[in-house]
Structure formats: structure tokens, C-alpha cells
Design a binder for this molecule. Structure first.
Ligand code: PGA
Length: 255
């Protein structure tokens, strides 16, 4: 059975002090939860301090991006070995905001992905269609293209280590969540796509998170869908109360 994974994507939010305060609160509130994997993805500037607070806790640490070269003259970039040196375990790759505002493409997603895997980071690769693409009936074509491009040259063994996040762009930060049925339909399509690109065993193992206006009150319905294995949470991961409720509402759903 695939273990549910709930990750908080803080985006460009929280100073160092705010981050420390938040994870201390979170750690206390969910100390006894083992049933779901829990991850926080603070901005780069808070990773080192958050790492110290999370030591020996049940909360994993993730970054929001990485550059594909290990080191060199790339002003402003952060590499996989740098993240590894801070005990970062996960890294979000190809978030739609990176695609929209920072010219991220499937080709650059693929380069970042290969660097993450090479250095033993667990990638959370984001895919999803825009509203215009959905309304034009292109959702599945877009998802297929993103899978083929982003996951190019990846082996089945590597694929098993990757987490995918289906995030319909129209649902991100808009309060408009995909219905559980809409999300399930695309998740099932992604799994079939993985079966075509890799094999049945790999497709059955890969965890696919849903992201886009996940809140405590829609978590249970989303997580009960057979092909939804977790959530990538933006806005609702910034407040301890709502993030804790999302985590708690994900417990016991699949059993
Ligand atoms: P949201 O963001 O939960 O605020 O919609 C999700 C995401 O961008 O990962």
C-alpha cells in the first residue's frame, strides 16, 4: 500500500524566526503521527534552522527548487549537494509558479530531476494543466507531454523514488479545488501513463499527490480516492492549525 504523504509548500513565506516558531508548534501538535509521511518545504533561507528544530522528529525537510549543476558560476542558484549538506531529503521540482514566472520547462524539470536523483534527494515533480488547457479539452495531452518530457531518461528504479504532484494550475491559490472525481480521473490517467512509460509494478508504487486549494474540510474526500496518495499544500500549510488538521484528516483514510 502507498503511504500518504502530506507536504507543505511554504513558497516565498516566513522569515527565519517565523519558520522556527512554526515548526516548533507543528512538531508538538503531530508528534505521535506515524501513519502518514509529513514534509515541510521552507524557503532556502530557513532550511538550516528548520533542520535543527526537526532533528529526530517525524517531519521531513524539503526544498522548493534546485539547480542542476553541482557548483560553479551560477549566481543566485542552489545545488543538490548544498541541500544534502543541510540534511534536506525532498525537493519540489517544476512547480507551476516556476513554470509560469521563471521559464521552467519540461526540459529544465528533467535536468533538475536527474541532479536530485543523482544526489539522493526525493523529488516531488509537479505537473498540471492551466484553466485554458482544461477548457480546450487538452488536460490529458498536457499531462502526457509533461510526463514524457519531465521524466525522460528515468529508469523504473529511479521512478519508484519519485513523487508526482498533480496540481491543476486553476486550483492553485484560487480556493477552487478540483472535485475528488476530477482529481481522481487525472491521477488514474497519470498512473496509466506511468504504466506505459515504465511498467505495472512501477506505476502501482509511485505516489501521486494532489495539490491546489487543499484544506482541512476537503482533505478526507480527496485522500479517499484510490489514486490520490497525498497532498502538496500551499496556503493552508502556513498556519499550524490548518496544516495539522489536514494531516490528521489524512490519517485512517486508506485503511
Ligand atoms: P495552494 O497551493 O494550496 O495554496 O492552492 C498549492 C501549491 O501550489 O502547491
Amino acid at each position: 500500500m502507498r503511504k500518504i504523504i502530506i507536504a507543505g509548500n511554504w513558497k516565498m513565506n516566513k522569515t527565519q524566526i517565523e519558520a522556527i516558531e512554526f515548526v516548533n508548534q507543528l512538531k508538538r501538535a503531530i508528534a505521535d503521527i506515524q501513519e502518514v509521511d509529513i514534509v515541510v518545504c521552507p524557503p532556502f533561507t530557513a532550511l538550516a534552522d528548520v533542520k535543527d528544530v526537526l532533528l529526530e522528529s517525524n517531519i521531513g525537510l524539503g526544498a522548493q527548487n534546485l539547480f542542476w549543476e553541482d557548483s560553479g558560476a551560477y549566481t543566485g542558484e542552489v545545488s543538490a549537494p548544498m541541500l544534502k549538506s543541510l540534511d534536506v531529503q525532498y525537493v519540489i521540482i517544476g512547480h507551476s509558479e516556476r513554470r509560469q514566472y521563471f521559464q521552467e520547462t519540461d526540459a529544465t524539470v528533467n535536468k533538475r530531476l536527474k541532479s536530485a536523483l543523482k544526489h539522493g534527494l526525493i523529488p516531488i515533480v509537479c505537473i498540471g494543466e492551466t484553466l485554458a488547457e482544461r477548457e480546450a479539452g487538452k488536460t490529458f495531452v498536457v499531462i502526457k507531454t509533461q510526463c514524457l518530457g519531465g521524466l525522460q531518461g528515468i529508469s523504473s528504479e529511479e521512478m519508484k523514488k519519485i513523487i508526482l504532484a498533480y496540481e491543476p494550475v486553476w486550483a492553485i491559490g484560487t480556493g477552487k479545488t478540483a472535485t475528488p472525481q476530477q482529481a481522481q480521473e487525472v491521477h488514474a490517467f497519470i498512473r496509466r501513463q506511468l504504466q506505459e512509460m515504465f511498467d505495472e509494478e512501477t506505476a502501482a508504487e509511485v505516489r501521486i499527490q494532489y495539490g491546489g486549494s487543499v484544506k482541512p474540510d476537503n482533505t478526507n474526500d480527496l485522500m479517499s480516492q484510490p489514486d490520490i496518495d497525498g497532498a502538496l499544500v500551499g496556503g493552508a500549510s502556513l498556519k499550524a492549525d490548518s496544516f495539522v488538521d489536514i494531516i490528521k484528516n489524512s490519517c485512517g483514510v486508506k485503511t
